[in-house]
Design a binder for this molecule. Structure first.
Ligand SMILES: NC(=O)c1ccc[n+]([C@@H]2O[C@H](COP(=O)([O-])OP(=O)(O)OC[C@H]3O[C@@H](n4cnc5c(N)ncnc54)[C@H](OP(=O)(O)O)[C@@H]3O)[C@@H](O)[C@H]2O)c1
Length: 257
């Protein structure tokens, strides 16, 4: 129960890493507000967390809109009267090179992967300051620290998440607020099974990607959402009380090579 009596907001809790983190947080005793646009999945995760014995509220929200971000923070304060932890997890994967990226893709990547992180922090920080305590964990990527091919807008956005994390850590260190990022390497999530996910990519199918991972990832496999969630639990808990401005790579050794 490393998060007992803590109140946490998890953005993008409807699937993948956000869902796994919501469940791990619930197992560790945190009360939760989880968000996302897919209502039925959100309700399912809400029920899964409640079954672990904690309070959990799903709020339908599109984090590319400021008014939705505000609604999420308002809901957390109305329900729980404080916010101890913010996990900025919601994000999209976008592909392409500098040449092939169009304006719409560029802008939507910025809106959700960068601006939404800033908005949620801007809204939550005054409350954490008033409390004299708080933890923010941003979901970066191994591409927050190294680049790769054919994911130019995504890599740009995750690089920004890394530097936003460090800048906020410095600005709020004396306020008792820690800001860190978890930086997952390739982590197998259900979204990858959706038709068209690997379209125009190399590899082009999940099977090919799985096979390739055993060659390029030192540990020989993709990560599991629960393995990323475990790192978020650590960063969010008091066990990480002297950790701030850190980008925690959870990537099976990928960036060590
Ligand atoms: N899987 C990986 O290999 C990997 C590696 C490095 C980093 N990451 C990062 O991990 C985070 C989670 O991704 P995932 O891999 O778990 O994939 P996922 O299952 O697709 O999760 C993405 C989450 O973000 C939410 N989201 C996306 N756009 C949103 C919006 N406009 N408003 C509100 N919620 C939004 C989605 O909810 P709705 O669709 O319901 O809105 C969903 O819950 C992302 O930031 C991603 O960049 C993933």
């Amino acid at each position: 129960m490393r998060l007992k009596n803590k109140i946490a907001i998890i953005t993008g809790g409807t699937s993948g890493i956000g869902q796994a983190t919501a469940i791990r947080f619930a197992e560790e005793g945190a009360d939760l507000v989880i968000t996302g646009r897919r209502v039925s999945l959100g309700k399912t995760v809400e029920a899964e967390c409640r079954n672990k014995g904690v309070r959990c509220v799903f709020v339908e929200a599109d984090h590319s809109k400021m008014e939705d971000c505000q609604r999420v923070v308002d809901a957390a304060l109305k329900e729980f009267n404080r916010i101890d932890i913010l996990f900025n997890n919601a994000g999209i994967v976008t592909k392409g090179t500098a040449e092939t990226t169009d304006e719409e893709t560029w802008q939507s990547t910025i809106d959700i992967n960068i601006t939404a992180v800033w908005r949620m922090c801007k809204l939550v920080l005054p409350h954490m300051k008033e409390q004299g305590k708080g933890v923010i964990v941003n979901n970066g990527s191994d591409w927050s620290v190294v680049a790769g091919k054919d994911a130019f807008p995504y890599i740009m956005s995750k690089g920004a998440v890394g530097m936003m994390t460090k800048a906020m850590a410095l600005d709020y260190a004396r306020e008792g607020i820690r800001v860190n990022a978890v930086c997952p390497g390739d982590t197998f999530v259900e979204r990858w099974m959706e038709k068209g996910y690997f379209e125009n990519s190399d590899p082009v199918t999940v099977e090919e990607a799985m096979k390739e991972s055993s060659e390029y990832i030192p540990m020989g496999r993709f990560g599991k959402p629960e393995e990323i969630a475990n790192a978020v639990v650590f960063l969010a808990s008091d066990e990480a009380s002297f950790v701030t401005g850190h980008l925690l790579l959870v990537d099976g050794g990928n960036t060590a090579q």
